[in-house]
Each structure stands twice: as C-alpha cells, then as structure tokens.
Write a protein that binds this ligand. Structure first.
Ligand SMILES: [Zn+2]
Length: 141
C-alpha cells in the first residue's frame, strides 16, 4: 500500500531526508534547527499579534486564556490535594476535596450515582480492606 519513500532535499539545510508518511510534500527535514526555521516562517506569515486582533476576537482570546488558566489552577489544586503531603499543612478544603474524589471514585466503581448503592459499595470496600490488611503477607500462612 505504502509507496516507496522518496527522498527530498530540505529547503533549509539542503540535506536529503525522507518525508513523513503523512506529509509527502514535507519541505523541511526534522532537524531542530530546520523545524525552528519552518515555524518562524509560519509565524511570520500567519501570526497576528494579540494587540492587532479586533476587539471582539481579543476579548474571546482573553476569555479562552482565563478559562484555561482556571482549569490549570484547579487541576494544580487537585494534584496538590491528592498528592502526598509536600510538607504543608492539610487544610479542611484539602480534606473535603479528597473526600469528594473518594466518593466520586466509589461512584464510578459502582457504576451509578445512586447514594445507597455507592454507600453499600463503600461498606463492602471497607470490609474487604479490613480483611486484606489483616491477611498475612505473601508467602506466609
Ligand atoms: Zn534541514
């Protein structure tokens, strides 16, 4: 199916290279310097500085960035709360977050958001956990 690869000459460094299968018209080789040159050219021809965008687009872009930062911050909070303590005190908010994550995971395991079902899954998980933590280690009896 795949045609035999045809070598091309990089327009930047003039070295021969094999274009990527998905991009037979590839003009630049994969070397970092040539890729940088390609991207710089693309930016020169396509990039519109933020300040030159029409107000409407600028506002939309600002909104998109704000939302992305918000998502990033909340995922950082989540990681901080879930991660092993980095020496800082664990706040009530951390505990509440861990608790909601735990309930969420149990709900996913139960395959339902029905509180009673999730509750019984938690009870069963607790029972098994206690059983396993009393069980002898592998190889012992
Ligand atoms: Zn090159």
């Amino acid at each position: 199916m795949t045609p035999p690869s045809k070598k091309r000459r990089c327009v930047k460094c003039r070295e021969w290279f094999t274009p990527h299968n998905n991009n037979p018209r590839q003009e630049y080789c994969g070397s970092p310097a040539c890729q940088r040159a390609r991207k710089a050219l693309w930016r020169r021809d396509n990039y519109i500085p933020h300040r030159r965008l029409p107000k409407e687009e600028r506002d939309a872009e600002n909104k998109r960035c704000r939302e992305a930062m918000e998502r990033l911050r909340s995922s950082q909070k989540l990681l901080a709360a879930v991660g092993v303590s980095s020496g800082g005190a664990i706040t009530l908010a951390d505990v509440a977050l861990r608790s909601s994550i735990f309930i969420g995971v149990m709900s996913m395991i139960a395959g339902t958001q029905d509180r009673e079902t999730v509750r019984s899954v938690c009870i069963e998980a607790d029972r098994r956990g206690r059983l396993l933590s009393r069980a002898p280690a592998n190889g012992e009896r």
